[in-house]
Design a protein around this ligand. Structure first.
Ligand SMILES: Nc1nc2c(ncn2[C@@H]2O[C@H](COP(=O)(O)OP(=O)(O)OP(=O)(O)O)[C@@H](O)[C@H]2O)c(=O)[nH]1
Length: 309
């Protein structure tokens, strides 16, 4: 008998019916490697990274489609505890909202380190969303025998669905992480095209790239309140013409960004242009101005005007 009810049941389990798709929030204290992790998972630089903490300000979606699974990653800003201006309050609200609206949470810490800042983020994890404990930077742990007791200690604070040591930088154990995530995703058809890597516009990505270069080349002296505004974004055939403004709070900050005889701004522009050309797959004409705009980081209306939720 080929058309028995059993056979019907089996044929209902086709790969399409087991398509899985959902939102995966990546959370953790600043600098644990959340953006790096998302970028390697998605296979492109959709979220900016830098050695300086708190570089990620926006909720960014990175999309990865593998066979019958679509992973929609949401990167979150590093949870802010030190300062309490309007910008930080907005950032923290974004993290909390992102968590409760996700299907799976990746709680990222550095393998071997679990401090008060990590605990503060862990305390925000909602009980009703499955969460995987990701021990990133495992490449730094020379003594592997300490990893299990460490993981057990952290897992005593929350009911994790799985614990996975990874190295985002060396692409170690990412398959294993994806397998664990897939198990927790709901059965849903894909939300995006399989070639999509982000739902963010090129204009937004362009501003993020410039911002990353500002952090990278200007370094610790520049307050994190500086931001980037794309004033014009034009496309003519394959060529993109982008006019950006770096907004800083003081004349002294402006001088820092510009550097000796404009050398620093030139470096920022060149590196940003190269990244954009790689990401957009075509030539880019990029012009960057530095402007002084005082007090914007402490003004909620101002923040909304610059696109912060
Ligand atoms: N050794 C090692 N370093 C890593 C790894 N992943 C990330 N890093 C480094 O850690 C630093 C911070 O990485 P980010 O991805 O910017 O961290 P983040 O958690 O997104 O930081 P915020 O945006 O500030 O919240 C960078 O210098 C990365 O190169 C890893 O697996 N191993």
């Amino acid at each position: 008998m080929t058309d028995s009810p059993m056979a019907d049941d089996a044929s209902a389990q086709t790969p399409e019916s087991d398509y899985r798709c959902g939102y995966i929030a990546i959370v953790g204290r600043p600098n644990v490697g959340k953006s790096t992790l998302m970028n390697v998972l998605v296979g492109a630089k959709v979220s900016i990274t830098s050695r300086k903490a708190q570089t990620t300000r926006h909720r960014i979606t990175g999309i990865q489609t593998i066979e019958n699974t679509q992973y929609v990653y949401v990167d979150t800003p590093g949870f802010q505890t030190r300062h309490s201006n309007a910008l930080n309050k907005t950032l923290n609200r974004t993290v909390t909202n992102t968590l409760t609206a996700s299907d799976v949470i990746l709680f990222v810490i550095e393998a071997g380190t679990f401090g008060p800042a990590d605990k503060q983020v862990l305390d925000l994890l909602p009980a009703n969303v499955p969460c995987i404990l990701v021990l990133n930077k495992a490449d730094r742990n020379k003594d592997k025998t300490t990893l299990m007791p460490f993981a057990r200690e952290v897992a005593s604070h929350h009911d994790f669905a799985a614990v996975v040591p990874v190295s985002a930088k060396q692409r170690f154990q990412l398959d294993r992480l994806q397998e664990e995530v897939r198990k927790l995703l709901p059965q849903n058809p894909p939300m995006f095209d399989e070639d999509d890597i982000t739902d963010r516009s090129e204009k937004f990505l362009a501003s993020e790239i410039v911002r990353e270069k500002v952090f990278r080349f200007v370094g610790e002296e520049l307050p994190y309140t500086s931001t980037v505004l794309i004033e014009k974004f034009e496309q003519e055939g394959n060529l993109r013409r982008i006019f950006a403004a770096i907004l800083v709070e003081r004349d002294t900050h402006k001088a820092m960004v510009i550097g000796q005889k404009g050398a620093r701004l030139k470096e920022i522009s060149t590196q940003a242009r190269l990244d954009m050309e790689r990401l957009f797959g075509g030539p880019v004409y990029l012009e960057i101005w530095v402007k002084v705009k005082s007090g914007w980081a402490d003004n909620e209306a101002g923040l909304r005007a610059y696109g912060y939720e």
